[in-house]
Design a binder for this molecule. Structure first.
Ligand code: GRG
Length: 306
């Protein structure tokens, strides 16, 4: 990826630069398709490359701008969080979980390859994420090692049983059940919110030290966008079509899953997404203009159509 773009660059151009750059970064950090076991490596690349909105890497880079995080560390953090995200999608799509055949506009890994390969792709991407984040960043990397340690700890917590995996466990257990709004929120703060929060915090922790107030403000922002992302996901699942989403639409209702739309209705869910966007903006007030990209990402998350 090239050096940071000036703040005068439009949000769209910045986003496209990060998305394109991420393709090259992931290509660099994924095992070569020629290395044994070639089929596993090809399947890892099939699912991780050429697809997805790259929301988590965008958050890493936007938060990194606030704290002057060095580019090599930003690239590693962005690749690591995207690999964890992709692994979660591959496992989530398997017949033992959501049993889905379409993801990012392509057949899911267990359909394109087979179930055992899908399981291993997820496992290997998870390990690869931690290898990448713990890797050497450059010649003068010793000063970065303490930061990397904190980042590794954060990513492990966000991915594990008190984070994303825990949220998925609650999700699987709640099929066909009536959840209160508070229970639904708790599930999503873990399942989707934990990794989105990690993306923001990873970008920040790689840079100069954060004060307690800065940490709390970023946490508030990350919490608001994490929940907004899921509210919008529920809205899109109920209102968009599969071709637009690149995944099967209407799945939540078909699977009898509690969602924001099923509990609050469409209009109230849309109002909630707007309130969360405004909360995210408010949380960024102490950072002034430097947080412009994070503000724009909050808008994107709420206004997205896929
Ligand atoms: C299997 C351990 C394990 C966890 C799965 C996140 C998750 C937990 C499952 C995904 C199910 C799902 C569709 C959740 C809704 C929110 C979400 C994470 C959507 C997909 O993320 P996007 O929209 O996807 O950022 P792209 O493809 O753009 O990266």
């Amino acid at each position: 990826m090239t050096a940071r773009l000036a703040a005068s660059v439009s949000f769209l151009d910045w986003m496209q630069q990060v998305q394109t750059g991420m393709e090259a970064v992931l290509d660099r950090f994924l095992p070569s398709p020629a290395v044994v076991p070639a089929r596993l490596h090809q399947a890892m690349r099939y699912t991780a490359l050429d697809g997805g909105k790259r929301v988590r890497p965008l958050l890493v880079f936007a938060a990194g701008e606030l704290f002057d995080t060095p580019l090599p560390l930003l690239e590693r953090a962005a690749a690591a969080v995207e690999m964890i995200h992709v692994y979660s999608l591959v496992h989530d799509d398997m017949p033992c979980m959501d049993d889905d055949a379409l993801r990012r506009g392509k057949p899911t890994v267990h359909v394109q390859y087979d179930e055992a390969t899908a399981l291993l792709v997820g496992d290997a991407l998870q390990a690869q994420a931690f290898e990448v984040l713990s890797g050497v960043t450059g010649a003068d990397d010793s000063a970065l090692v303490p930061r990397q340690l904190r980042m590794l700890n954060l990513l492990a917590q966000a991915s594990g049983s008190v984070g994303m995996c825990g949220g998925q466990a609650i999700d699987l257990a709640s099929v066909g059940m009536t959840l209160s709004l508070a229970e639904l929120e708790q599930m999503h703060r873990k399942k989707t919110g934990a990794l989105l929060r990690a993306a923001v915090m990873l970008g920040a922790l790689g840079g100069k030290a954060l004060s307690a107030d800065e940490m709390a403000a970023l946490d508030d922002y990350a919490g608001a966008i994490g929940l907004a992302f899921q509210v919008v996901d529920d809205i899109l699942d109920a209102t968009a079509d599969s071709a637009t989403l690149g995944k099967t639409a209407g799945k939540d209702a078909a699977d009898n899953k509690p969602t924001y739309v099923s509990i609050l209705g469409l209009a109230e869910s849309q109002a909630l997404a707007q309130r969360l966007r405004s909360n995210a903006h408010q949380a960024l007030a102490p950072f002034g203009d430097k947080a412009q990209r994070l503000r724009e990402l909050a808008d994107l998350i709420v206004q997205r159509k896929a």
